[in-house]
Design a protein around this ligand. Structure first.
Ligand code: PLP
Ligand code: COI
Length: 343
């Protein structure tokens, strides 16, 4: 694959596609410790055919973004939260932890080295950053890997769900994404492999993605395969599902805080019955890649429940979007410690 050329990119029409940028950070775990990591231009990995990541899915990743501010700086949004979640994901799959401060420093190195690819302020584009760890080395029994590769690569992106702030429709899935005591809270590869078929079924039926229900009763909303769910009740409460099998989302917890402290709404993490959608005036999906994607409607048991509108974003969702993205791009004052400058 050819290396990406920043001078040839159309910043106004970025999708969510892989690009081979000039630099990534790579560190190897060998002989029980992390070797000195650093930036490299090589975008390929050379690993044993018996690497546990290939057979047994021993891998974890993160998703974060670098934002260009109007005064042309580059900044990160709550990278410490991604570092902490990455640590928890690694511990769940018995992988070595990459020190959290070094994780944030390495993310900054990647954003800085690829600064030409951080989209200009104003069109909503960002540099999506993907930290990843995989278990490598020759193992054939079901054991943890003897070696690991930690890498961080990046690419400029636009909207994850086509349409941005134009609502999309989702459908519930009859499949489960993760079990209550499984790996749903960890950002590990297997969860996403399990979501491919349900998402494909949703696409074939004309939906942007599917919403999973709880794996015990198939009654309570869990999340989307790539984002969390939230709803704004008719009496002004920001609600998002509480479940032991969903990803603790940085965006979701940021929105819970902003809803309460900046918008003066009620804010609650609780079980949300899929048969009680009438309580909501608006709904959306939230996440690093998804940002906030308004939900036009949610289909369940063959019936489409329309929230605010299938074509127009609701006023509270729009306010949350403006507040969140304003903080991320540096035009709205950030709560203490939420943004870190790269350069
Ligand atoms: N849920 C899932 C399954 C995800 O993949 C993501 C994306 O990272 C999210 C939720 C949102 O998490 P965050 O806001 O930390 O990006
Ligand atoms: C993210 O929002 O960063 C994600 O990881 C979602 C998806 C692209 C898997």
């Amino acid at each position: 694959m050819a290396k990406a050329d920043a001078s040839k990119l159309d910043w106004n029409n970025l999708g969510f596609e892989y690009m081979d940028l000039p630099y990534r950070y790579t560190a190897h775990w060998k002989d029980g410790e992390w070797q000195e990591g650093g930036l490299t231009e090589d975008s390929t990995l050379h690993i044993s055919e018996a690497s546990p990541v290939l057979h047994y899915g021993q891998s974890a990743f993160e998703g974060m973004k670098a934002y260009r501010t109007p005064d042309n700086h580059i900044q990160l949004f709550r990278p410490d939260q991604n570092a902490a979640r990455f640590k928890r994901s690694c511990e769940r799959l018995l992988m070595p932890v990459f020190p959290e401060d070094k994780f944030v420093d390495a993310v900054k190195q990647v954003a800085k080295a690829n600064a030409d690819f951080v989209p200009p302020y104003g069109n909503g584009g960002t540099l999506y950053i993907r930290p990843l760890i995989i278990g490598t080395g020759g193992v054939i029994g079901v054991h943890q890997a003897p070696e690991y590769i930690f890498t961080i690569f990046a690419m400029p992106v636009g909207n994850y769900f086509k349409g941005g702030l134009t609502p999309v429709n989702f459908t519930t899935s009859a499949y489960d994404r993760a079990a209550h005591k499984g790996t749903g809270q960890a950002k590990v590869g297997g969860n996403y492999a399990a979501s491919l078929l349900p998402a494909e079924n949703a696409h074939e039926n004309g939906f942007a993605d599917c919403v999973y229900l709880d794996p015990v009763e198939h009654k309570y909303i869990e999340e989307v395969g790539s984002a969390n769910f939230f709803g704004i009740t008719k009496d002004g409460v920001f609600k998002t599902p509480k479940s032991p099998s969903i990803l603790p989302s940085v965006t979701k917890y940021s929105l819970l805080w902003l809803a309460k402290n900046r918008l003066g709404l009620g804010a609650s993490e609780e079980r949300i019955d899929v048969n009680d959608l009438d309580q909501f005036a608006e709904a959306g999906a939230c996440g690093t890649a998804a940002v906030i994607s308004p939900l036009g409607g949610l289909e369940h048991n063959g019936k489409l429940h329309v929230f605010y509108s299938e074509t127009e974003v609701g006023p509270v969702t729009k306010k949350l979007y403006d507040t969140l993205t304003g903080i991320q791009f540096g035009t709205v004052e950030a709560p203490e410690g939420w943004v870190q400058r790269v350069e």
